[in-house]
Design a protein around this ligand. Sequence first.
Ligand SMILES: Nc1nc2c(ncn2[C@@H]2O[C@H](COP(=O)(O)OP(=O)(O)OP(=O)(O)O)[C@@H](O)[C@H]2O)c(=O)[nH]1
Ligand SMILES: [Mg+2]
Length: 646
Amino acid sequence: MLQPRTTKVLTVFYMRLAHALRPRSRVTLFPLSPCIRHPILQRRNVIIASTPSDEGEGQQDRDAFEAAKRRRRTDWKRRQGGESFLDNVIIHVRGGRGGNGCVAFHREKFQPYGPPSGGNGGRGGDVYILPTPHLTTLSSISTRIRAENGGNGQGTWRNGKNGSPYIIRVPLGTVVRQLAPDDPRRAKDEYEAEEEALEGLELEDRRQKMRSRRWVHYPSYEEDNIQRDIFQDAERQVYREERARRILRRRRTEEPIFLDLDKPEEVEEARDPNAPLGLPRTQYMGHLLATGGAGGYGNPHFLSTNNRSPKFATRGYDGERLSFSLELKILADIGLVGMPNAGKSTLLRALTAGRAKTEIAGYAFTTLNPVVAVVRVNDDGTFEGWDRNLVYDETRIERERELAQLEEGELPSQENVIQQEDDPKDDKESEDSESLEAFRFTVADNPGLIEHASDNVGLGHSFLRSMERSFALVYVVDLSSPAPWDELRVLKEELEKYKPGMSSKARMVIANKADLLGGDGQDPVAVEEARRKLQMLEEHVEKEMVVEVQDSNGDVISHRTLDVVPISAKFSMNLPRVVGLMRRYVEEAKSAADAEKCMDMTISMTLTPHNSNLNLLVSKSTPSRCAEIRLRIALTLKTYNTLFMQ
Ligand SMILES: Nc1nc2c(ncn2[C@@H]2O[C@H](COP(=O)(O)OP(=O)(O)OP(=O)(O)O)[C@@H](O)[C@H]2O)c(=O)[nH]1
Ligand SMILES: [Mg+2]
């Protein structure tokens, strides 16, 4: 009998070897002798070897191995509590350091001992964050950001230049969170950094170092200054100011910064009409994240009746140091919501002719991260994959097949050749190339949503964040399940739990896997049963899933029922109807958003009482929006009259 340690080493070695040889199906390993099979294998439910005599068993082993690997990956994802669903980045931000004050005395002809004339240091630059529609990812943002330092003061009362601000430009849909003080990912703030620099020093050394970090002395006057009462008074005064600043800073950390940068903000330069000529323009810079440090005082600041020639000045202060997590909500026009295994990933692959590489398999939680893909619609209403009649295999099988072909340099297998011959796509290739792309929209495939997802069951529901900005949501349910309407009820509830009102974004119910009902179409009873089930689903949707349509003020203006479309994603059946409806939702939402933008622009520009353009725009709008616009025009005119007509 072998030692347990030897057994373990042998088993792990064997497991790695088997895993490495796995894709080469011709190489098989003989099963491990039971005497060296370690419990580690049984615990993980991993069977790794196959005998050459039994190919079926080898396949089963490989499937079991794959299943165990997937289960581990899903469990790992669940343990993260949905933290890693989206594009995330941690940034450490520092305001610029203030410039040092200057110690100088005015000198000119016949005035050898002039007054103190050292300028103050300039302020360090602040750090701002500004959402912009020109960016789509967070990848261009550096993780350490520092604004410019202030300039040092100079003689003849010349103050230092203020540091320029730093503007962090982020894509729309970025959520900014300041990291809490107990977060291990946070960098040290300015006070902690100073404390670290002083660590381990004796009291006297510590005092000396703190002094040298705060004071500037006239050359060779340091010793002398320190002895004088005037300097000690000034030092106490500076420490008092510092303490007040520190208290303010601590108060601010009690309310951490949280910004949801969903909409574009004003970025154009705006000039104050009352500002005197020659003043610099004011520019909107966004939200303030970290302020720069104050500049140091020049020596005139310490001039008093007791001290006519102060020979010291202060150094500038450090800017604020803060850490933030930036998270980007994915932008997709349409979001697919459904229970695990409903066929969301299959649908997305069918709509994009397999371009969207989202994994498909017959077990729950195959999709672990949201995947966004573009659906391209041609001017004749066709789209990629509209005429395909292929079964969309599991991604793993496709990948294995591709790998084997690549390795062996073989032509596609006989089965594929037959499929390709049957595939009408090749014949239509030339026709397709003539049709032009007329419209495109993005669809997001999401992980499965289950009951109590809001309590972090399954993969939680934090991935729904990415769908907050979608124009429309589409429920995908499995029509072959005993009660698809129950799935709908759960999905709606979970959406509402995530964010009240979120379910009103829903526009369509896709009843997938319709091919599994109705038998082979020959049995009238089965066909009738399938029809009845679909009808029951439609009735449920009509009664229970009515959605309130709200205007921009949140007032309910009408009610809407959802479209119900039976499809088979796997066999690409009835997909043109799905694409047509999705396109309509996106077009409607986009034109509504454009109209709103256009009206806002016109109203802000209007100050003339008789503007026919406005009436035209108002007549195109919804009733409640009309009322709002009329009110705003009336107010604008009233202000105009009050100001200019009296
Ligand atoms: N018969 C049939 N099977 C389908 C259809 N659509 C999907 N399937 C199968 O259903 C299983 C699950 O499909 P997926 O697309 O992975 O389901 P999902 O909703 O993305 O699942 P999760 O990623 O776990 O949330 C796979 O085995 C698919 O082959 C369909 O229209 N008909
Ligand atoms: Mg999926």
